[in-house]
Design a protein around this ligand. Structure first.
Ligand SMILES: [Zn+2]
Length: 192
């Protein structure tokens, strides 16, 4: 099934969700405002944001992060960090190829993991959340239709029978993205 959302629709939903969770005006949540430094988000706010997106969109945002997923795929974190604890070029490249859409200015080799986490903006979360809907089932499990549409509630439903559709989880999409990035970079992965 094709993604039934325009990128702008998800941007608005993510912006409003963040504004609500952070108790700030939606106009302050600009695409490039960093959640931690500019908007003062704390880890509990992000837990609440995840819950908001689950309620509004029916999606499960990731509980882990790209660096942890990369360590899992590579069977350890040796290749992720340099001797000073900054991320390696390999880790930075995998992050930039993720569905968050980090630029080379935002994420680069030598940054500490907390600096990577602090680089996240509303636009990054909108990009990732939108990408989750590229991972809807091929066809509806109820009626077999292959088209998705948006219900009045704003959630993605089957265009054939109106059944709720479940996208892949954020952790699944993130893990898949890490593997695809390693293949694209030409980095050898452990088999199995
Ligand atoms: Zn259906």
């Amino acid at each position: 099934m094709q993604n039934p959302y325009e990128a702008e629709q998800i941007q608005d939903i993510v912006r409003d969700g963040l504004a609500q969770v952070l108790g700030t005006g939606a106009d302050e949540v600009t695409p490039d405002a960093t959640l931690v430094a500019d908007l003062g988000a704390e880890s509990l706010d992000l837990v609440e944001f995840r819950f908001e997106m689950e309620t509004k969109l029916g999606v499960a945002l990731p509980k882990s992060n790209v660096l942890d997923q990369l360590a899992t795929v590579l069977g350890g974190s040796e290749q992720l960090y340099d001797e000073r604890g900054g991320i390696t070029e390999l880790a930075a490249e995998v992050l930039r190829r993720s569905a968050f859409g980090y630029s080379a200015e935002q994420v680069h080799a030598g940054q500490r993991p907390y600096e990577v986490a602090a680089a996240a903006t509303s636009a990054h979360w909108a990009s990732f959340t939108h990408a989750l809907f590229d991972h809807l089932p091929e066809t509806c499990t109820e009626c077999g239709a292959d088209k998705a549409e948006l219900a009045a509630s704003g959630k993605a439903i089957c265009a054939g029978c109106g059944a709720a559709l479940e996208a892949s989880t954020g952790d699944e999409v993130m893990a898949e993205g890490v593997r695809a990035a390693l293949v694209a970079i030409g980095h050898a992965q452990p088999v199995g």
